[in-house]
Every structure is written in C-alpha cells, then in structure tokens.
Design a protein around this ligand. Structure first.
Ligand SMILES: C[S@@+](CC[C@H](N)C(=O)[O-])C[C@H]1O[C@@H](n2cnc3c(N)ncnc32)[C@H](O)[C@@H]1O
Length: 199
C-alpha cells in the first residue's frame, strides 16, 4: 500500500505496518481525511493512539503529513478498495463530511465500501460519521433523507447505529477539521452525526 509524507510516497508492506503499530492498542482510521488536519489533531492530542488518515487524493495531504508524529500515518487509497493489510486492525473509524464517490457509496450501500469497512474493523469497533447538507444537496437529496438512508445502510451492514442527530453550529465551529471550519462559516452550516459500533 502507498503511504505519503510530504511529497514523498513510500510503499509499506504488512510487516512495515506491523512495526509502526507495534506499541499501540487503539488504532483510529479517518477515511476521506482531506488535508489530514483532523488526523494530525488526534495524533497530537492522543500520543498513545495510532491514527491513520486515508484519502484518494494526495495533493492536499502535503502539509499535515510532514508533521513529526510517530503515531500518525497517511495512506493513499480509495475507500472502495481499502488495503488488505488493515484487515482486523481498526478500533475506530471516522468519516467526516464525505463527498464524491465516498458519499455516493455510503448512500448506495456499495458492498465494496461496506465490506471494506467491516473487514478493517476489529471486534466491536466503533464508527463516527459526520454528514453535511451541501454535499447531500449536490447528489440530489437532503441532509435528513441522506442521513436516514446511510443510517439504514449502516444497520444492514452490521453496525449498531444511533439515530442521526443534528450537529450544533457551535460543535461544527469547534470541530478540528478543515472542512468543518469551511462549513461552519459557509452558506449551509447544517450537519448531522451518526455514531455506532460493530454488533
Ligand atoms: C469534503 S472533504 C472532507 C475532508 C476532511 N474529512 C475534513 O473534514 O476536512 C471529502 C474528502 O473525501 C475524499 N474522498 C472522496 N471520495 C473518496 C474515495 N472514494 N476514497 C477516498 N477518499 C475519498 C476526497 O478526496 C476529500 O478529501
């Protein structure tokens, strides 16, 4: 699998990954990490957790992936084709403000994504999803209807999920990701959260 640090791309095999994760019990994966700000924030605040940021697009990752944190790794991968080396390792998945094919796969119950999420998860792994109104409007639905559809897809995929809840404007403003900030001060600052865990 391809890892990235600044402009440098590095091939990482299973043993290399195992070495990096050796001293960590809690592994968090931020899918669709964007510029990686949230991944870096978590790694900085939680030195005993290991945080993996994954995105299909490498260009935005240059800055945050250079931070000198031993408990952080960025992978270039598609959400529909997650590296097999991650199987069974992840304790917690975050998906913050997905758009594009990541959002479409969540809405369409795409087995490539849903099975991938299941495969990388450890027993009773947890998941936090944050959705925003603008991204759902772009694919022709509403925040509430989109969240409801994803909620039902997650249930079918074996996750025990709480009913979607509105994210308060203050929570959006203080959430430490670049997209949360953009949304909080943009035209449509509405978002919803879905939290759950593997049954
Ligand atoms: C709106 S941005 C949110 C970025 C970040 N989570 C944040 O809160 O700042 C959505 C991200 O999802 C990524 N994405 C979309 N489809 C994807 C896919 N199929 N696989 C991996 N990443 C994907 C995009 O490249 C983009 O970085």
């Amino acid at each position: 699998m391809e890892s990235i640090r600044g402009k440098m791309s590095l091939e990482l095999d299973f043993n290399g990954l195992k070495d990096r994760l050796a001293n960590y019990n809690r592994i968090i994966l931020d899918l669709g990490t964007g510029d990686g700000r949230y991944t870096r924030y978590l790694a900085d605040k939680n030195p005993d957790w290991f945080i993996i940021g994954v995105d299909a697009c490498r260009e935005n990752l240059r800055k945050h992936s250079q931070a000198k944190l031993h408990n952080m790794l960025f992978l270039i991968a598609s959400a529909q084709d997650l590296p097999r080396e991650l199987n069974g390792l992840v304790s917690h998945i975050t998906i913050n403000f997905p758009w594009g094919s990541l959002l479409e796969s969540l809405l369409a119950d795409d087995p490539l994504l849903m099975r991938g999420l299941e495969s990388i998860s450890r027993e009773s792994a947890s998941v936090d999803l944050r959705l925003n109104g603008g991204a759902l409007a772009e694919v022709g639905t509403t925040l509430e209807a989109g969240a409801e559809r994803i909620y039902s897809n997650m249930l079918q995929g074996g996750w025990q999920v709480e009913t979607p809840a509105l994210m308060k404007a203050s929570a959006l403003r203080t959430f430490p990701s670049t997209w949360a900030k953009r949304l909080a001060f943009g035209r449509d600052p509405r978002a919803m959260t879905l939290n759950g865990h593997m049954k």
